[in-house]
Design a protein around this ligand. Structure first.
Ligand code: NAD
Length: 487
């Protein structure tokens, strides 16, 4: 008889050391491509989160981090960027197994993660204040100081990318970080913590405490000694987290959900639009906050575009992430069931499935959580499938006749994260770009290679605060004004 040894338990990263959970608790991490256990890791408790926050506080007060020259912070971060690139293949494979995403997507995510550290490394020694002219006898200046201990709660859909998106500007600003990755895909966050230590981050500057939302998440969000919180996840949890932070007057960056429209006019390059619309919804199996999950198409182009999209959807290869298919599995059985129920709701509301709409039947697929790329046609703006975030590979297709109507449908949403406009007419493009209520608008493209340099964040229930770009530094710094009277 052969027995397979259970994987060793990986520790949390607190104060520069790998450590088990205070109660010895363990999380099994599943590979969504196969349903098998990928890893076993320590499950952080309230006490562990408390230790991590204390370690971060001590780092802030130490010479090694709080007292370090800004240029040196930048050098450490450049080394982190390089190390992420050196370990890219290992990190990409791990991300692909942990989350299920196709290997090439995981490779992109890892490169974007490196780019975050590189981009923010460059600003570490350029975070400047102002002098304010008050006239003779007074000198007034401002100093941008690190806000302090930054708590970061990260979802499972782009773990290394979203983790780096928050950690890099926080470190560049001189903050110390406690990051709680999702229990569903925590592996690359632990690698990031490891890389930080290898590259010279002092103990406590970056602590990683994977655990459940109900224990580690609540402990972190409600901790009295954090100074700032960046939350990326669903609206309901975001609201709960913001309330907890408010008890301690802790400012929050909220990166929440979306129901982003791609608006295609009949004059658009339809080949380009097909590719853009399809990638915007099927990338990461639709489990993307900024997924283009509504297609608003000018009625004249409806049949031609839907036919192209259906052809594409029907020929997409589905499989385990590491086999680098066009689309990997859904993160969990529960999420798969949610997607299925939404497609049923859509049909009951009168929408038609023109591609997909069920689990694939390929017997060669391992026992993961697979779903076909799905197009729901004949959707109207009031339907639940047009309003609610499905977080799966399901595109709701809504025809329109006039630009005014397209603008109204696009804005008829509780969300406002991203929008795409596809047209050759600059007047239509600009008119919509300025009228759509969302944090980003793309014209004849959707996304810009990770968009590290571009401000990203929501209008309405998609959240508030901005991540990515130099704008994000506002969340990790606070301004002190110094006013001096002299003779
Ligand atoms: P989620 O809200 O369930 O979980 C997000 C994180 O919060 C996880 O780490 C989870 O453990 C933690 N959490 C859960 N309950 C908590 C609690 N009570 N207190 C504190 N923390 C708690 O979201 P998810 O399922 O991981 O991710 C999907 C959602 O995230 C979608 O709605 C998606 O649109 C959104 N999202 C937004 C962005 C963005 O940048 N705007 C990016 C990715 C995902």
């Amino acid at each position: 008889m052969t027995t397979t040894a259970a994987p060793a338990v990986e520790g949390l990263i607190i104060d520069g050391t790998r450590t088990g959970a205070s109660d010895g608790g363990v999380l099994d991490v599943y590979d969504p491509s196969t349903g098998e256990v990928l890893a076993r890791i320590a499950r952080a408790t309230k006490a562990d989160v408390d230790r991590a926050v204390q370690a971060a506080r001590a780092a802030m007060d130490s010479k090694g981090w709080g007292g370090i020259a800004p240029a040196e912070r930048g050098r450490i971060m450049y080394r982190m960027a390089q190390k992420i690139r050196d370990r890219a293949e290992e990190l990409s494979t791990l991300e692909s197994r942990d989350n299920g995403k196709p290997l090439r997507q995981a490779r992109t995510d890892v490169q974007v993660s490196a780019r975050y550290f590189e981009f923010f490394a460059g600003i570490a020694d350029k975070i400047m204040g102002h002098t304010i002219p008050l006239g003779p006898g007074l000198l007034d200046f401002t100093v941008r100081e690190p806000i302090g201990v930054s708590a970061q709660i990260v979802p499972w859909n782009y773990p290394i990318q979203i983790g780096s998106r928050g950690v890099a500007p926080a470190l560049a600003a001189g903050c110390a970080v406690v990051m709680k990755p999702s229990s569903e895909a925590p592996m690359t966050a632990l690698r990031l913590g490891e890389i930080g230590l290898e590259c010279g981050l002092p103990p406590g500057a970056l602590n990683i405490v994977p655990g459940t939302g109900s224990e580690a998440g609540v402990a972190l969000a409600s901790h009295r000694d954090i100074n700032q919180l960046t939350f990326t996840g669903s609206v309901d949890v975001g609201v709960a987290v913001a309330k907890m932070a408010a008890e301690n007057v802790v400012p929050v960056v909220m990166e929440l959900g979306g129901k982003s429209p791609n608006i295609v006019f009949a004059d658009a390059d339809l080949d380009l639009a097909t590719q853009g619309v399809s990638t915007a919804i099927f990338q990461n199996a639709g489990q993307t906050c900024s997924a283009g999950s509504r297609l608003l198409v000018e009625r004249k182009a409806h049949d031609a575009l839907v036919e192209r999209l259906a052809t594409r959807a029907k020929t997409m290869k589905i499989g385990p992430g590491v086999s680098d298919p066009d689309m990997g599995p859904i993160i969990s059985q529960r999420q798969l069931e949610t997607i299925e129920s939404y497609v049923k709701v859509g049909q009951q509301e009168g929408a038609r499935v023109v591609a997909g709409g069920k689990r694939p039947t390929d017997p060669k697929l391992p026992g993961g959580n697979y779903y076909q790329p799905t197009l729901l046609d004949g959707v109207t703006r009031g339907m639940r499938v047009a309003q609610e975030e499905i977080f799966g590979p399901v595109l709701a297709i809504i025809p329109f006749d006039e630009l005014e109507e397209a603008a109204a449908i696009a804005n008829d949403s509780i969300y406002g994260l991203v929008a795409g406009v596809w047209t050759r007419d600059i007047n239509k493009a600009l008119s919509l770009a300025l009228r759509i209520k969302s944090g980003q608008v793309y014209v004849n493209t959707y996304g810009a290679g990770g968009g590290v340099e571009l401000p990203f964040g929501g209008y309405k229930k998609s959240g508030y605060g901005r991540e990515k770009s130099l704008e994000s530094l506002a969340s990790y710094t606070q301004i002190k004004n110094v006013c001096i009277k002299y003779a």
